[in-house]
Design a protein around this ligand. Sequence first.
Ligand SMILES: [Zn+2]
Length: 193
Amino acid sequence: MRGLLIVDLQNDFCEGGALGVDGGNAVAEGVADFVASHAADYAVIMASRDWHDGDNDNGGHFAAAGKEPDFVTTWPLHCVANSAGAQYHPLVPMGSIDHHVKKGQGFPAYSLFEGTSDGGVKVADLLSGAGIDEVDIVGIATDHCVRATAMDARALGLRVRVLEDLVAAVQPETRKTAVAEMEQAGVSFEHSK
Ligand SMILES: [Zn+2]
């Protein structure tokens, strides 16, 4: 059985957001089209949101006041719980999503597998409960949260495909490293069409 994991398709990670990635809006558009025609291919569709505390630095994830973020381990303020930036991109196909996952409440969490559903269930348990043995991954960003999600999925023994036209990266250099790392771990990259 196959699942679709939609990673962090949130306003703050798209153009105009606090941590906007080039191509984010195009990914949202592509994912909306893809799900409209392929939802039936998936036993489970899950979407994650980065969902940080607003009153602390979330375990050093937010750059300290007055310090420049390094865009590797420290970041500008983003995806504060309940803020407009933390909401899903308006094109996210809400009606097709079976489980909404939140992660990063008070600590850095790149992988969707670090989150829990709104019902408080761990992602790995939701997937195994649904008999999922392979997942397709789309979303933002290839070099961070998509990478971490793909690596965790492989560590759980799932077959993993990243739909390469439905992801966007923060930086070309880190994208390259991340793709190499994922391929090394057995992740395959395929076009959605
Ligand atoms: Zn974050």
